[in-house]
Design a protein around this ligand. Sequence first.
Ligand code: FSX
Ligand code: SF4
Ligand code: F3S
Length: 360
Amino acid sequence: MADEIFKPDVSLSRRKFLKGCAIAAAALGLSESMTAKLVEAATSPQRPPVIWLHFQECTGCTESLLRASHPDIARLILDIISLDYHETVMAAAGHQAEKSLHDTLEKYDGKFICVVEGAIPTKNNGVYCKIAGKTAMEILDEVGPRAAAVIAIGTCAAFGGVQAAEPNPTGAVGVQELLKKKTVVNVPGCPPNPVSFLGTVLHYFTFNKLPALDHLNRPLFAYGRKIHDQCERRAHFDEGRFAQQFGDEGHLKGYCLYKVGCKGPGTFSNCPAIRFNDVGVWPVGVGHGCIGCTEPDFWDNMGPFYERLPDVKIPGGGIVESAGSAGAKILGVTAAAVGIHAAVGIGRKLASGSKSEDQE
Ligand code: FSX
Ligand code: SF4
Ligand code: F3S
């Protein structure tokens, strides 16, 4: 594409390209036989133009995408799409950059994908984020309605993120709040997993439609299951074996991190299955609780990050946990479910006569 502003300097080997498509197919929950269909869409000479807007954020979403290295997910994405406007990686600056944006808008009106990274401040007419003399609100209003599809990448763009945390001084909101007439696909995470973004894009190109979404407009293939239900420490949870504090014996043995604040029971994401980077790590896997970064308002609702879910009453009376503390606003239903499971684990321990690691 003539005005494309960023191209990977080294193209992917065929083997890596196929492997990337296979990873995306697996993430999408498609059978192996569908990989060929993804490859066909991904190798189409008509690479869809993308306008990537940056507003209030830390650029971690772009950073994690470009740093994705196994198997060159970033290059795969950049091979599939034509990144016509992206402030972080484009060589153009100033008027030249603005021209690139407007040329793409005119040339591909109604046909480009709009990716938004970052929240949009709305207070005082949005003066808190301005690019080329325009507010983020104005830019989104100009670009969003003309896009074929809009993807909000990261929790900031999806739900406001850290900018929208109390007291939200700039009145920051997510994209959907402002683009009410369009379906905005939310790919949250702070930052999100590049594979979830790749899967969303490939699904759109392959099947010519957006993937199925949950009630928060997150693709179900990536956000359809709770962290807690896929976690490798789950057996410890069920049996009542917990780390009581970081660095203790339970922590060193890889026990469940619920008591040191893990919010996996209230968080929907594929992190345990997809993992991050070429070494295949994820927060809980390396000994830190999930902080719920794919959920709306997690900065306010999932805190304190190092305290357990609140005391929970279970059916039949009694309280599961004795230490009063916690991330008080997490969903009651989730908390109740956690209580029940924890109770089962603790109960088993006591019935077997052994001293539970849960006992304090
Ligand atoms: Fe937000 Fe993206 Fe958190 Fe940062 O840019 S989702 S602050 S890690 O990365 O927008
Ligand atoms: Fe895993 Fe956290 Fe659930 Fe424990 S509470 S099983 S560490 S997700
Ligand atoms: Fe975020 Fe929890 Fe995954 S903190 S990266 S949703 S494990």
